[in-house]
Ligand binder design. Structure first.
Ligand code: GTP
Ligand code: MG
Length: 151
């Protein structure tokens, strides 16, 4: 099944929302296969947000994402990338539906709780997972509930 990269951002970490984000993804049925706590250095942040290098908000984005602990994670499941993007909601919390993570826990575009790999960007998962994890940081196991999650 598909693996997707998700990261709790420093705002959510500071607000004690790490468990909430994890619970939401767990409750959906997605399977956690990798996770750590770290403070990103500038080089890693640049790599992570490489697609936004030329945007006017890039420097603020890098300052923010390196400003405190983050929780990079890898989640696995059927169509995991699209499932997670749907659960996270629109980039701007004002546009995010209630019931999505950003729609329920964020107010500001620049403090939107969680990052997830873009489903429209073909290589995003592979690239982002490899920025934050080594192969042997990720586990493989059979979820006890998979018979009931999938047809
Ligand atoms: P991520 O999962 O964080 O990548 O969000 P996204 O994929 O929904 O949005 P995108 O990749 O387009 O932008 C990355 C991050 O940059 C967003 O999560 C916002 O925090 C921030 N951002 C995006 N657009 C703007 C903007 O116009 N102004 C500012 N200040 N920040 C922005
Ligand atoms: Mg993005």
């Amino acid at each position: 099944r598909e693996r997707t990269f998700v990261m709790v951002k420093p705002d959510a970490f500071a607000r004690g929302l790490v468990g909430t984000v994890i619970s939401r993804l767990e409750d959906r049925g997605l399977k956690l296969v990798g996770m750590k706590v770290e403070v990103l250095d500038e080089e890693t942040a640049h790599e992570h947000y490489a697609e936004h290098t030329d945007k006017p908000f890039f420097d603020d984005l890098v300052d923010f994402i390196t400003s405190g602990p983050v929780v990079p994670m890898v989640w696995e499941g059927e169509d995991a990338t699209r499932q997670v993007r749907q659960m996270i909601g629109a980039t701007d919390p004002l546009e995010a539906d209630a019931g999505t993570i950003r729609g329920d826990y964020a107010l500001d575009l620049g403090r939107n709780v969680v990052h997830a790999a873009d489903h429209e960007d073909e290589g995003a998962n592979e690239r982002e997972i490899s920025i934050h994890f080594d192969d042997d940081d990720l586990v493989s196991y059979e979820g006890h509930d998979e018979t009931w999650l999938y047809e």
